[in-house]
Design a protein around this ligand. Structure first.
Ligand code: PEP
Length: 256
């Protein structure tokens, strides 16, 4: 039995007040109110309020990061309590761009995951290998170490309250998508490893694919038995491209 698909748009450091206005208008016009799949968008912090106030009902809104600290002298950071106060539903943790550019370690990402749950925000844990790691057959080890760090921090039951996004780094923003079989292989690996810890959580947790996903490949990717939707970067920046992916989720969710 497939889980409910989730199409999540990561806007990264793109947009403006005008962009958000336009996107909200278009999503309100284009997204069907009745859906059997979930949709979420992830703007930069300073656009969260505007999205939350103008998004279509039932579209979820999330932040792209959060602090591992509750509050205090942490200049420039945003806490889980602040995100929760605004009405954020979700938050990305461990996006590969942050792991690389901000040197976020597995342990730090795990703390952020815990912090999100503590304040009732659903974390999406991003995991994935670099091209060098794939070429040297380390994909499974790298991905499992990223997930294991979260299990060590919060336990497998709490991991199950989040979502996992498998995003091979070599496929992010490169136009080079993992084949549906490559994605399925890693998703299946993750689920089988989780099953060794807790079979129910392994079957229940949503695992998204991310990396140059677009309208033309979403159907094939989301059809895979262990792929439960996508985390979308570039193709989430125009309503038309994002809707093309949502339409594939819609087709696959008919009758579910
Ligand atoms: C991402 O950054 O999470 C992502 C998947 O980007 P893109 O779709 O542009 O590859």
């Amino acid at each position: 039995m497939k889980r409910k698909l989730l199409v999540a748009g990561n806007w990264k450091m793109h947009g403006s007040l005008k962009f958000v206005d336009g996107m909200m208008q278009e999503l309100n016009d284009m997204l069907p109110a009745q859906r059997n799949y979930d949709v979420a968008v992830f703007p930069v912090y300073i656009h969260l309020h505007q999205v939350i106030n103008n998004k279509p009902a039932q579209v979820l809104c999330g932040a792209q990061n959060l602090s591992e600290h509750d509050d205090g002298a942490v200049t420039g950071e945003v806490s889980a309590a602040m995100l929760s106060d605004l009405g954020c539903d979700m938050v990305l943790v461990g996006h590969s761009e942050r792991r690389v550019m901000n040197n976020e370690s597995n342990a730090e990402v795990a703390k952020k995951f815990a912090q999100a749950l503590k304040y009732g925000i659903q974390p999406i844990l991003c995991v994935g290998e670099s091209s060098v790691e794939r070429q040297s057959n380390q994909t499974f080890d790298v991905v499992w170490a990223q997930i294991k760090a979260v299990i060590d921090e919060v336990g497998v039951e709490k991991l199950g309250q989040g979502v996992i996004a498998y995003e091979p780094v070599w496929a992010i923003g490169t136009g080079e998508t993992a084949t549906a079989e490559q994605a399925q292989e890693v998703h299946q690996f993750i689920r089988s490893q989780l099953a060794l810890n807790d079979d129910t959580i392994a079957r229940r947790i949503r695992i998204l694919y991310g990396g140059s996903c677009k309208g033309s490949n979403a159907h094939e990717l989301f059809s895979m038995p262990d792929v439960d939707g996508g985390l979308i970067g570039g193709a989430a920046l125009t309503a038309q491209d994002f809707m093309a992916i949502c339409q594939q989720a819609d087709i696959l969710s008919q009758g579910v």
